[in-house]
Design a protein around this ligand. Structure first.
Ligand code: A2H
Length: 253
């Protein structure tokens, strides 16, 4: 972890009731998978959510009605920022593994889809953010490669119990234009660099370098309330709107 605190936006993806499996114990509550992002303006392009299959998560009480699913590490940090009822000890209602979360149907703020699904990503770090990552394959090379891998490999889907209908109907959605790159910058750059796998860290680091800063400095919104505006200008406005409307919260670590 760096010396400077990183301010993330936690996007609240709500689990659609009725609940099944372990989550049945939470029936009647609003349960959110809380995904840490640095790019709240990209939420229009969400196609799914990522969890680490072997990751250790918990369902933590925020208040009488709301529950956040995050790693225990994130819950401890969040306790001081948000789960303030008993700041020193967040109340864990359920212990969960990533495997328990795969396939959950979710309502994702700003997404063009009525429902998106929680899917496995093997490169998630458990010591960063909440261990839950929302997927925007148009603008994130990591998300693009992980989604492509699941789409291309029936055996990979079978290994993690992923149904075709959670993955195959979800195509990359253009949401930001980067002059000189195009409308789906992550896809364009992953193809240019001929990246073959979500584990190709060296090339993915290069892909992120080529897209991330340019997306911020030169990007133009193609969708939403700030269509036609610069990403730089739209980003803080979209972030504030998500927070004010209760669809996101701030989180620093
Ligand atoms: B970003 P930084 Cl569109 N493990 O959100 C792996 N990756 C994680 C993570 C974890 N535990 N927690 C968060 N992240 C991802 C959107 C996005 C992101 C776009 C483009 C680039 C991008 C949609 N996914 O990040 O190391 C999250 O993905 C490029 C770095 O703290 C989060 O923002 O700088 C970003 O990494 C935080 O990374």
């Amino acid at each position: 972890e760096g010396v400077q605190p990183q301010e993330y936006t936690l996007i609240k993806l709500q689990v659609k009731p009725p609940f099944s499996g372990k989550l049945q114990a939470l029936e009647g509550k609003n349960v959110y998978l809380a995904a840490a992002t640095l790019r709240p303006e990209t939420m229009y392009g969400q196609t799914n959510l990522w969890v680490l299959p072997d990751g250790e998560y918990g369902a933590f009480e925020v208040n009488d009605s709301d529950v956040f699913v995050v790693t225990s590490r994130a819950a401890r940090n969040l306790a001081f920022q948000l789960l303030s009822r008993v700041p020193e000890k967040p109340t864990r209602l359920l212990e969960l593994r990533g495997h328990d979360l795969i396939g959950l149907p979710l309502i994702a703020p700003l997404s063009m889809h009525q429902v998106v699904y929680a899917l496995p990503m093997l490169t998630i770090l458990t010591d960063k953010g909440t261990g839950i990552v929302t997927s925007v394959p148009s603008d994130s090379p990591d998300d693009y490669m992980s989604l492509l891998d699941l789409k291309n490999k029936p055996a990979l889907r079978a290994k993690y119990g992923v149904k075709d209908e959670w993955v195959l109907p979800y195509d990359v959605i253009p949401i930001i234009n980067i002059p000189d790159i195009g409308d789906k910058s992550a896809e364009v750059v992953c193809k240019e660099l001929k990246i073959k796998s979500p584990n190709d860290q060296v090339l993915l680091t290069e892909a992120k370098k080529r897209t991330y800063l340019k997306g911020f400095t030169d990007g133009i919104m193609l969708v939403g309330e700030h269509k036609g505006e610069k990403v730089q200008d739209a980003k803080p406005l979209i972030k504030e709107m998500l927070i004010q409307s209760g669809q996101a919260v701030k989180y620093s670590e």
